[in-house]
Design a protein around this ligand. Sequence first.
Ligand code: AKB
Length: 321
Amino acid sequence: MPKVLIIGACGQIGSELTFKLKDLYGSENIIASDIGYHNLDVVNSGIFEIVDAQDYNAIKICIEKYNIDTIYLMAAMLSATGEKYPMKAWDLNMNSLFHVLNLAKDKFIKHVFWPSSIAVFGPTTPTVNTPQHTIMEPTTVYGITKQVGERWCDYYHKKYGVDVRSLRYPGIVSWKTMPGGGTTDYAVEIYHQAILDKHYDCFLSRNTELPMMYMDDAIDATINLMQAPSEDVKIRSSYNLAAMNFTPSSISEAIKKHIPDFKITYSPDFRQQIADSWPKSIDDSSARTDWNWKHKFDLDKMTTEILTQLRHKYNDSKTNS
Ligand code: AKB
């Protein structure tokens, strides 16, 4: 069994990854950590430590305390918040990655997962079926940290033999934990508002098409990549990863199949420019060929699943209050 430390376990992806890894490897082998007690479901689900991703010693103490061999570094400042706090985004996203890569280089741990993003691409990248290897000129601070981070992952693998693996996540859509500070967050908010209010005012325009993925697929991809034999992981910067592409208008049509009087309005803000700089669709054939990636959810299947789960969640909270 691997002994795993998840840094950023209270966040949107970190929390669901924590629960899945506990199911797979046993709660006693998974150490969840974050900078605060932000998600009580995670905090109360087993071993939890306060760890600041920018504090090398705090990470090292945790590794030694639990005999950790694998780190999933899920803490990051995302695209929209990163534009408000550029230096904080740079510091958090880069310092945390260097700490973990150096701990692997110095043999304190054996395996690293670090998420990259479609934000590595920019306005000069081909937008349709964006290739694995192509022009990358990101225009957000977040995208710059992810692009630079990818180069460092590849460098640490080639130069020091570090087993680091990475995925370029598209926008991740989920219902359990809210995302924070991303440009694709609208695709989560819209489902909550559809149930609560039957109306959503979208911060992106009607036809803004972006690559997206349901959380279950993102978690499967992450675990499949980490379980793949080393020789199958041919790309050590980061793999393109895809499932579906949709626009605010098409997600609202999918919701209307379940809630016919749902209404969407559009008030694009500064996030529109970020979205416009990203691809509309992604070519992830390297992931499909190298380690057999397959997605399971399309827009309609995801919409049915999320609306069902949210109806239960909001009904339960009404009943309990
Ligand atoms: C964001 O919108 O910043 C993230 C991402 C695409 O990496 N969800």
